[in-house]
Design a protein around this ligand. Sequence first.
Ligand code: CUA
Length: 324
Amino acid sequence: MAGLLLALTGCAKNAPQDTFEPKGPVSRTILNLSRPVFIIAGVVFVLVQGLVVFAVIKFRDRPDRPGPEPEQIHGNTKLEVGWTLIPALILFSIAIPTIKTIFDLSHKPANALQVTVIGHQFWWEYRYDDLGITTANELSIPAGVPVELTLESVDVIHSYWIPPLAGKTDVIPGRKNHMSFEADKPGTYLGQCTEFCGLSHANMRARAIAYTQSDFDTWVARQKAPAAAVPDGSEAAKGLALFNAKGCAGCHTVEGVSQGKVGPNLTHLQSRSTFAGSIFAMNEGNLRTWLHDPPGVKPGSVMPNLGLTGEEITQLIAYLETLQ
Ligand code: CUA
């Protein structure tokens, strides 16, 4: 029953991580391969299981079994040739489009936007080296333009997967993996780390936000702008002092303020719609919950509970809200 219920979740409409609703050429290419293979596998499954069930029922032992025990045989050349040859032919016919698809997908697109994706426990860092941008949790891309990701990890093995756009690729320490994709249209595409990487593996979400080219250019300009200045004596200024005093600056970069490399770059924190591995929508209430006790709401979080008072949290949020 549990298995059946799980299978029924596959009927959900508008599921954001549905591989059967491709939103780009790469995921469509994958679906065009997996659909016929799945159909062939399904037919084989039903045939084989049907025959097994039929034989189990029809030839079961029972008190009124008609006649004597059936004749016992050993070996049947025709059958054995048949059940070797037919699967070999099926596998061969699947191998041809599979190999073609593998080659098609390994082809690197020309003029792709280059982004380095760095897996951390438990969030994604995105570096646009050509543009001089570092951000986190949300991958911003232009729609209709190929993107090539170089995937690295600073700690354990993660796996990057945004099902509407592409297949998954492992993110391995000490190794650079590559993947490419393209979004057909502007929109937000959800994904997930798909390699168990620790306590908050399930809280390591991936989001790709595809913009029109002009909106993407606006995004780039915003990311390249310096961090906003904080007026002297304001709540935000007190928050900035706390940011330095409480150790936030040791882990986070805010351009012109701090150089920390452990946590996400916060220079334009408010340009993102989510934070903490994309599990929280960016708003004051969620920031308050988060700052009060990060590992309490995201188990295994590297960001510690700093024991902040309510007033300190209010001041820090006032500062974080200047980081547009
Ligand atoms: Cu990172 Cu699971």
